[in-house]
Design a protein around this ligand. Structure first.
Ligand code: HEM
Length: 313
């Protein structure tokens, strides 16, 4: 109860600091939303036709630099418009579409909201995730160019091909190969991007993203995924039901992602920033706007949003 009162007080305070935001929401609706975040278990269906069809993007819809969110929106599992994503919406659609747990949805949703220039609306649009080095978007992506090259948002086949090259002759992903492909993106951009920035936050996030595609297209424990599934996700922003993919029966959670991030790093030997301990805790830290090494607050706004949404530890 005490933390609820503090959260409301913070909201009211910040409403005064950001006029025009607070009146759009009332506190009852925020807390009401929060109570409806328990997602239904994922139900496996018999045929591809029984899953939500690929609908794609309409002219007014917006998309993100994230192949996972774009794919979910293209099937209208997450809102097809790409607009107005709240934590309850995200929690349900990540669970329904990819069997990703509410623990991840809550923290990543907080970060998504932080990318909205008007964060006290407690929602975000997918194109707001383009904001570079604000929260999630960073250099050395697997399938997007660095910001300095002019387009950090759109799928880039040339860059993605440098990742696929590592899988030549293979039909499935593996943690060691994914790890090497990911590290190559870092060394490549470090050499050619004069504005290259890759601090501890970006280090953690980029491992998390590799773990996400291995987990959701394959297996959250082994990281083995058919490469054709992974290609559909990145290249067409489509969930590969037609090819036989179904959401994994094991959920992807912060704990599974944290464990896989550690394995990925062990497999490629990339030197960790001094003092960084990879795993679930460092993932939680970056999504809460904390320095994953020192715990120092890097983003007061993310701290505030985390408090409002009840994100703990
Ligand atoms: C749970 C399902 C999700 C999956 C499977 C997923 C997967 C991925 C992958 C594989 C990447 C790397 C793309 C690349 O390096 O080219 C990525 C990037 C990104 N994701 Fe997601 N993601 C998911 C959810 C989210 C959510 C909920 C958010 C935000 C609220 C988000 C925001 C981003 C952003 C901003 C990037 C760009 C990072 C960069 O600069 O490379 N993702 N995601």
């Amino acid at each position: 109860m005490y933390s609820f009162i503090v959260a409301v007080a913070v909201l009211l305070n910040l409403s005064q600091a950001f006029p025009g935001m607070a009146q759009k929401r009332n506190i009852a609706s925020i807390t009401g939303d929060r109570l409806t975040t328990v997602a239904e278990p994922v139900q496996a269906r018999d045929t591809a036709a029984a899953y939500p069809p690929f609908l794609g993007k309409r002219a007014a819809d917006v998309r993100s630099p994230c192949p996972g969110l774009n794919s979910l929106a293209n099937h209208d599992i997450c809102p097809r418009s790409g607009k107005g994503y709240t934590v309850p919406i995200l929690t349900k659609c990540l669970k329904d579409g990819l069997n990703v747990g509410g623990d991840f949805a809550l923290v990543v949703g907080t970060t998504g909201i932080g990318s909205n220039p008007n964060p006290l609306t407690l929602q975000f649009d997918l194109d707001q995730l383009d904001r570079h080095n604000i929260f999630i978007e960073h250099d050395a992506s697997l399938s997007r160019a660095d910001t300095i090259a002019g387009d950090n948002h759109s799928f880039n086949q040339t860059i993605w091909d440098t990742v696929l090259d590592y899988y030549t002759g293979m039909s499935d992903t593996s943690i060691p190969v994914a790890a090497k492909a990911k590290y190559n993106r870092v060394t490549t951009e470090a050499e050619r991007d004069p504005a290259f920035f890759y601090g501890p936050v970006q280090f953690v996030l980029s491992y998390g993203e590799t773990a996400l595609y291995l987990s959701t297209m394959g297996d959250p424990i082994t990281g083995v995924a058919p490469i054709e599934y992974v290609r559909a996700l990145f290249e067409e922003e489509r969930l590969p039901y037609q090819e036989g993919w179904k959401p994994t029966t094991t959920p992807t959670t912060l704990a599974t992602l944290g464990a896989m991030v550690l394995e990925l790093n062990a497999a490629n030997g990339e030197v960790l920033p001094e003092g960084l301990i990879l795993g679930e805790s460092s993932l939680r830290a970056v999504f809460k706007g904390l320095d994953p090494i020192t715990g120092a607050v890097l983003s007061p706004i993310l701290q505030t949003i985390s408090g409002l949404l009840g994100v703990i530890a």
